[in-house]
Design a protein around this ligand. Structure first.
Ligand code: GLU
Length: 511
């Protein structure tokens, strides 16, 4: 099996799914996974995209047995390093009469295409140079005339089997003799892919169905070279929610985008596996990679387009966030807290490690508690700072003015609760130094309850508005120590202690 990306941009969900299906199939059948970089399009290929592709694939949790970074028995695995191989087989096809030299200039070919278009005919090559005597053609080339090499397509329909689409047939007339090596010596995708797949002993070609129409040319090449044709499986197109082909218009589509949004790789992989594949019989949707390796089957991949459903991805992400070990979640979350400015990026972080934020142990422990408090409320980790904003950007005036607090603040019992609560907190010695414990806080609340005779939500909602700015949120027992300890930490923006919150609130309330 192989995954053969072109380093012309970021890794997108479509390609990532192709990589995943190849990987699952290979791991299940105990075959080798090959990563091959298809960079013969020199104008569009860039080395940085290759590095990024490799990074993204690794982040997803995929690995490979052969590839440009790990080597292997059929190296090199980067097509731009294999040009001699392609030239050699091109000459062989010429010598065997399976291919011929074509001297048509770009202008002539364009005129042919224009004529075909004007007469509403299919734009296929006329076959003009097919007739030139091969010896004469070679002499012309040796004399300096520039020539491309074209494959001679046989005079019969081209058939192949596709595991997803069944038997496929293309009439030879629609295929026309394709160029395999351009006159400047650069080989063409349909040709190099066949040479490489055959030499690298690829048995199954699993890729996007945008390549279905290329396959007859490739099958003709296998036949011309006398090589066995591999099995094909063309995966359906991925559509956006409006049933148009998924593109940037639909928002996040690259793996890097999802990573930046705080989607966990296991959630994304689980989601991608369900794009066009479903397990036998079940409605089960949660799968680890190991489980997918066991369950996956190409026969159950559907040929109809798959619609990318962001809500379902978020649903899976919430599931995996809840499963995630707190320490790992904390490290992942730090990146987003740093981005939002509530945490400094440590200047001693190694360069290029823009994702890993190094912090002291005390800060790490504290952020881990913040993460634990707020992670249950997010779809994606990039929402953590916003969710945790009552900790970092408490604003008494905004709390008093918020329409969702209006009802609670207008309850007749509220004033007494707020007054007593403020007095008790301001009297408390631990609260003066930012060390109010959860027990002491509960004691204060009980006393307010006893003194005002208000209980239940009439008691708790107003207090929560004072402490957090909103009447909903995490339980006080965990929250209070987090606020108190946060107020004693050295953060770029001071976290207000409970006492400071009470003071700010009273000041705003009483004008
Ligand atoms: N390099 C091709 C692409 O990125 C892959 C073609 C193939 O898998 O055969 O679309």
């Amino acid at each position: 099996m192989r995954f053969a990306p072109s380093p012309t941009g970021h890794l997108h969900v479509g390609n990532a799914r192709t990589a995943l299906f190849n990987w699952l199939f290979a791991r299940q059948k105990r075959g080798a996974v090959v990563l091959r970089i298809e960079d013969t399009d020199v104008e569009r290929s860039e080395a940085r995209f290759e590095d990024q592709l490799i990074d993204d694939l690794k982040w997803l949790g995929l690995d490979w047995d052969e590839g440009p970074d790990v080597g292997g028995p059929y190296a090199p695995y980067r097509q731009s390093d294999r040009l001699d191989v392609y030239r050699e087989y091109g000459e062989r096809l010429l010598d065997e009469g399976k291919a011929y030299l074509c001297f048509c200039t770009e202008d002539e070919l364009q005129q042919e295409r224009d004529r075909a278009q004007a007469e509403s005919r299919q734009q296929i090559y006329s076959g003009k140079c097919r007739m030139i005597d091969p010896d004469e053609a070679k002499r012309r080339r040796a004399g300096g005339e520039s020539a491309a090499i074209r494959l001679r397509i046989p005079e019969h329909p081209i058939r192949f089997h596709d595991i997803v689409h069944g038997d496929v047939e293309f009439s030879n007339e629609v295929v026309s003799d394709p160029i395999i090596l351009r006159s400047n010596g650069m080989p063409v995708y349909n040709y190099v892919v066949v040479i490489d797949d055959a030499l690298m002993k690829i048995t199954h070609v699993i890729r996007g169905d945008d390549h279905l129409s290329n396959t007859p040319k490739q099958v003709a090449l296998y036949e011309a070279l006398g090589w066995p044709v591999p099995e094909f499986a063309h995966l359906s197109t991925i559509l956006g929610s409006d049933r148009e082909r998924l593109s940037k218009r639909h928002g996040a589509t690259s793996i890097a985008n999802f990573r930046d949004m705080g989607v966990l790789p296991e959630a994304l992989m689980n989601y991608l596996a369900l794009l066009g594949w479903a397990p036998t019989g079940g409605t089960r949707e949660i799968f680890s990679l190991e489980e997918l390796v066991k369950e996956f089957s190409l026969e159950r991949v559907t040929p109809s387009p798959a619609v990318f459903d962001m809500e379902k991805l978020y649903w899976l992400n919430r599931h995996y966030i809840k499963q995630c070990e707190l320490q790992r979640l904390t490290f992942l979350g730090l990146e987003f807290f740093a981005k939002s400015g509530v945490l400094d990026r440590n200047p001693t972080s190694p360069p290029n490690s823009d994702r890993t934020v190094f912090v002291e142990k005390s800060l790490l422990d504290w952020f881990s508690r913040v993460t634990e408090l707020f992670a249950p409320y997010v779809d994606r980790l990039d929402q953590l700072p916003e969710r945790a904003s009552p900790i970092f950007s408490y604003d008494a005036r905004a709390a008093l003015a918020a329409p969702e607090n209006a009802e609670v603040l207008a309850w007749p019992q509220t004033k007494a609760v707020l007054d007593r609560f403020a007095v008790k907190v301001l009297e408390n010695e631990s609260a003066q130094v930012g060390k109010l414990s959860a027990e002491e806080f509960n004691k204060i609340v009980s006393e307010v309850k006893a003194e005002t005779d208000v209980k239940g939500k009439e008691l708790f909602h107003p207090i929560r508005i004072v402490v957090m700015g909103s009447h909903s949120g995490p339980a006080f027992d965990k929250l209070i120590p987090v606020l108190e300890e946060g107020s004693r930490l050295n953060l770029p923006k001071h976290v207000l202690s409970v006492r400071e919150r009470v003071e700010a609130f009273s000041k705003a309330r009483l004008g």
